[in-house]
Design a protein around this ligand. Structure first.
Ligand code: MG
Ligand code: MG
Length: 254
């Protein structure tokens, strides 16, 4: 079932997502050579609870942490660890979800620690552009396929892989609502985008093959070929006039 949100519900979701983006900015600022992903996780949990939120991932199907910290060849769902210290040159994807006043926020960023190699830099920049293109494709009476196609075209033109195993999703009173939001598709196809729909768009792009392998911990999703991966995510509301990226001041109004 698709749940369309009222203006008032969107305001709450905006606040939930603003908290997520504040946490992501703080984590990126704190990240540097020598800090552990476990320490970043602690920082995130403290910030969320201080603002009256609840970490959305902790306990979700048994996931043990507030953040997903996915380093280098890990695409998504990396588990923060006190022993995992970041090193200069690491490519780090951080995903954060928050429950605030009954609604979820969900967003992710990828950044480099110190200086990353040019290929990592290009992968990060292209993945960011995939998200920007996908957001720009969100229009009332547009289609879900427009969103997926925007990601796919940008990534594949750059010679990168588009992960198929994981997709974006509707979001609201549940972390994962309908519809699924794949990072591939055909323009003009798929579900129609109605005002009030909120979707978390999250391109997961790889430096090589899009094939995934899961570690024995049951969570950590890596590229099968060991190449780097990047992940950006934001939650976007379809509005009567266009779209609104939730939790960001620079909301895009078409
Ligand atoms: Mg997420
Ligand atoms: Mg998500």
């Amino acid at each position: 079932m698709i749940c369309l949100k009222s203006e008032r519900e969107l305001e709450t979701m905006d606040r939930a997502n603003a908290l997520v983006h504040r946490v992501l900015r703080a984590v990126e600022e704190a990240a540097g050579p020598g800090i552990s992903t476990g320490e970043l996780d602690k920082l995130a949990e403290e910030m969320i609870r201080a603002d009256g939120g609840i970490p959305a991932f902790k306990g979700y199907r048994g996931f043990p942490a507030t953040l997903c910290t996915s380093v280098n060849d890990v695409i998504v769902h990396g588990i923060p660890k006190s022993k995992h210290r970041l090193r200069s040159g690491d490519l780090v994807s951080v995903d954060c979800g928050v429950l605030l006043d009954g609604f979820y926020g969900d967003a992710a960023v990828t950044f480099g620690v110190g200086t990353v190699n040019p290929e990592a830099q290009r992968l990060m920049e292209v993945t960011r552009k995939c998200l920007d293109d996908a957001v720009a494709a969100v229009k009332p009476e547009g289609r879900l396929g427009d969103v997926g196609a925007a990601v796919q075209v940008r990534a594949e033109e750059a010679g990168f892989g588009v992960v198929r195993e994981f997709v974006g999703h509707g979001i609201g009173r549940a972390l994962h609502e309908e519809p699924q939001v794949p990072n591939y598709g055909k323009p003009g196809h798929g579900q129609r985008l109605k005002p009030g729909l909120v979707i978390a768009i999250e391109p997961m792009i790889t430096g090589g093959s899009w094939r995934v392998s899961i570690d024995d911990d049951g969570w950590t999703a890596r590229t099968e070929d060991g190449r780097l991966a990047a992940h950006f995510e934001c939650s976007v509301a379809v509005t009567a006039g266009g779209r609104r990226v939730l939790g960001l001041e620079e909301s895009i109004h078409a």
